[in-house]
Structure formats: structure tokens, C-alpha cells
Ligand binder design. Structure first.
Ligand code: UD1
Length: 362
């Protein structure tokens, strides 16, 4: 029985690498397909190297385009790939366009789908990822959950409970596996920073970066409020384009750099005083690392990081951002714990479920 794992964009790699490794450890027949949604070496290849993932058996090379064109390109190419590799189960992760496109194709070909990181909801349909999550979850057969809110969301939407499997968070399997080497690398030294003497900033959500006015005000506020405290800002290609288009100049203590590799960024996160971000995954990684996370969004699909962890929804209003930065720099950020099953063994539980499923369909 053959399993086809699909990855497409940066946040997929750290979620799927532990699953691919566990399937290999148990000697199961698998292929790995990369849709090519992310294609720059810094957004893709470097993650394969550092996470120890095998080279993909096939790259669909779809690249960037509008949502419809990108989704359609993945669908057309993945249909051919399914005919070639004839999998019985397709495993996808997260909420990117590739995740939804692949799921639609597989179910129409009668192939079962397993969704790693299922059930998360921001309740914000302006986020492309929210659409991808809803579609994927309603079509997939095996739903792998990271936190309890996911079960509640899916039950509310009428998804049968027997499809749900609480396994924990595979992304944190990667974190646990690589943290020690990340710290040994002491990546802050590379940027002339001291451990705990800097903040990290990441921004790439369309709602924050596509409107040049919003982006300008946000960066200006961060620059002012950090008042000389060093901020390292690895810039997503989409954001870099917008910063250039808006002609935004940043002060010396807010330093831009290229997107960083997984292990380098992990080391930097672990020793950051705090992190400003609109990413989903970073909210979870900072919770595991117990580093203050100031989320520059009005909502989160990962409420466990707030209920239990170090994450707070700050939003993007200048006063709120300013106040949160002052609070964290003043050392007054609440400490946090880690949700159950974010223990580095989630991929083992995913593959346990997959093996049980294989017994039932054999
Ligand atoms: C995608 C995901 C988002 C995820 C993010 C992580 C969707 C809808 N969004 O957003 O959920 O958090 O990845 O990065 O799937 N580009 C490059 N090189 C690359 C890839 C992209 O230069 O390797 C540039 C292109 O100009 C492209 C833009 O980035 O148009 C956006 O890329 P895209 O894959 O459409 O979405 P992301 O913003 O990366």
C-alpha cells in the first residue's frame, strides 16, 4: 500500500519531515511530491537539507501565480502524478494553497487523504488559509489534530468524530529534534547580537503587507517603540517587494536580512527576548520555547498558544503594538506552558493511525 506525502510551501516542510521520517523508519512504501509553490532555495531547498528530508520524487514546479491559477496548476499536475504513482493514501499538512488543491484531486480520484494540522479556524474568511482549511478538512478522511479547539471546530461544522485523531503537533517534533544543534550554532553571533539581547520580526500576511499604508505604519510603530533595542527582520520575498515599492527606510536597530534557514531561525527564536509576527507556526514554536510572542493579527487559529502559552494577540493598531512592546521590554510578559501532546512524538501517533487505517482497508 503506497502513501504519497505532499509538500508545497515553507511551513509544510517542518510539519511533514517527521512524518516522512517515521514512515521510512517503519519501512512503509512512500513517495514525496513537492508542488513547487515555494521554489527559491531559501524558501525550500535549505529546509530539505536541514530537516534531513529526502529529495522529492517529483517536483510539480507550479511556482507563484494568482490563487486560482496556482491552485489549478497544482491540481492538473497532481492528477497526472496520482496516475503515475497510484497511492492509496495522500498525506498533506497545514493550510497553504497546495494543501487544498491536492486534497480536491485525491478525493475525486477515490484516494484517501490524511490532513496533518486539521481543524484550526481563525473564523476569518478574508484569510486564504481559512478557505484552504475548511475545504481540506471537509474532504479528508483522516484528520490529525494539534489542539482541543480543533475538535470543537470540526464538531460544530458537523464533521464525524471518528475521522478525528488527536496526535499533537508534528511541527514541534522538528523543533525538539533540532533545538540542540540550533543553540550550538549560536546564530545570533552571525548578526553581532547577544543572546536575549534582540527581538525578531516576521511579516508576510497579505492583510499586513499588501496595503502599503498598513505596512508603513506598522513598521514605523515597531521602529519607534523598540527605541534602539535590536530587531532582526528576516524578510519574506512578498514583503521585500512591498517594502521596496513603498520606499520604506528602516532605522539601524531594525535590521533586514534574507529569509533564514530552519535551524538558524530556530536558534534565533530560542534566544530572542521576544518575537513580533503574523505567522501561524511561530505562535506555536514560541509557545514551545516559552518566548514571548506578540502576534500582529486580530485573530488566531491557534488559541492554545494564548490559553496555555506565551502568545498574545496584539493586533496592528499603533497604540496596542506600542504598549505590548513596552510591556515585554519592561519584563512584564506572562509566562506560559505547553499544550498536551506537543511533546516531540506527534509523528509517531500519526503513523500509528495510518497503520491502523491500512489494516481496515486492506
Ligand atoms: C504562502 C501560504 C501561507 C504561508 C506562507 C509561508 C497560501 C495561500 N499562503 O504564502 O499560508 O504562511 O506561504 O511563507 O498558500 N515568492 C518568491 N519565492 C518563493 C515563493 C514565493 O519570491 O519561493 C514570492 C512571489 O512573489 C509570490 C509571493 O512570494 O508571488 C507569494 O508567494 P505565495 O506562495 O503565493 O504565498 P506566500 O505569501 O508565500
Amino acid at each position: 500500500m503506497r502513501i504519497c506525502n505532499v509538500v508545497g510551501a515553507r511551513p509544510n516542510f517542518m510539519k511533514m519531515a517527521p512524518v516522512v521520517a517515521e514512515l521510512a523508519r517503519r519501512g512503509l512504501d512512500q513517495v514525496l511530491i513537492h508542488t513547487g509553490q515555494h521554489y527559491d532555495a531559501r524558501m525550500s531547498e535549505v529546509f530539505f537539507d536541514e530537516l534531513g528530508m529526502p529529495r522529492p520524487d517529483l517536483n510539480l514546479e507550479v511556482g507563484s501565480d494568482t490563487h486560482a491559477r496556482q491552485t489549478a496548476a497544482v491540481m492538473v499536475a497532481f492528477e497526472d502524478a496520482c496516475k503515475r504513482y497510484r497511492p492509496e493514501l495522500v498525506l498533506v499538512g497545514g493550510d497553504v494553497n497546495s494543501t487544498m488543491a491536492v486534497t480536491l484531486v485525491a478525493v475525486k480520484l477515490g484516494i484517501a487523504v490524511g490532513h496533518v494540522e486539521s481543524g484550526l479556524r481563525s473564523f476569518d474568511r478574508a484569510m486564504p488559509e481559512e478557505i484552504n482549511r475548511v475545504v481540506t478538512d471537509h474532504l479528508a478522511d483522516l484528520l490529525f489534530l494539534t489542539e482541543e479547539s480543533a475538535r470543537r471546530n470540526l464538531l460544530r461544522e458537523g464533521v464525524p468524530e471518528n475521522r478525528m485523531h488527536m496526535v499533537g503537533n508534528t511541527m514541534l517534533d522538528s523543533l525538539h529534534q533540532h533545538l540542540e544543534s540550533a543553540l550550538q550554532r549560536a546564530p545570533w553571533g552571525q548578526f553581532d547580537l547577544e543572546a536575549c539581547g534582540y527581538a525578531l520580526l516576521t511579516l508576510h500576511r497579505p492583510s499586513n503587507v499588501d496595503d502599503l499604508g498598513v505596512l508603513g505604519v506598522l513598521l514605523e510603530t515597531i521602529q519607534e517603540a523598540t527605541a534602539g533595542f535590536p530587531v532582526l527582520f528576516p524578510v519574506h520575498p512578498r514583503t521585500r517587494e512591498r517594502i521596496a515599492a513603498a520606499g520604506i527606510e528602516l532605522a539601524g536597530h531594525v535590521r533586514l536580512c534574507e529569509p533564514l534557514s530552519y535551524v538558524t531561525f530556530l536558534g534565533l527564536m530560542a534566544k530572542a527576548r521576544f518575537i513580533l509576527t503574523d505567522s501561524g507556526g511561530i505562535q506555536e514554536e514560541t509557545t514551545a520555547l516559552q518566548v514571548p510572542c506578540l502576534t500582529l493579527r486580530e485573530n488566531t487559529e491557534r488559541p492554545a498558544t494564548i490559553d496555555c502559552g506565551t502568545n498574545r494577540l496584539v493586533g496592528t493598531r499603533p497604540e496596542a503594538v506600542r504598549e505590548a512592546i513596552q510591556t515585554v521590554l519592561g519584563g512584564r510578559w506572562p509566562s506560559g506552558g505547553t499544550p498536551p501532546l506537543w511533546d516531540g512524538r506527534a509523528a509517531v501517533r500519526v503513523v500509528d493511525v495510518v497503520e491502523r487505517w491500512m489494516e481496515t482497508v486492506r
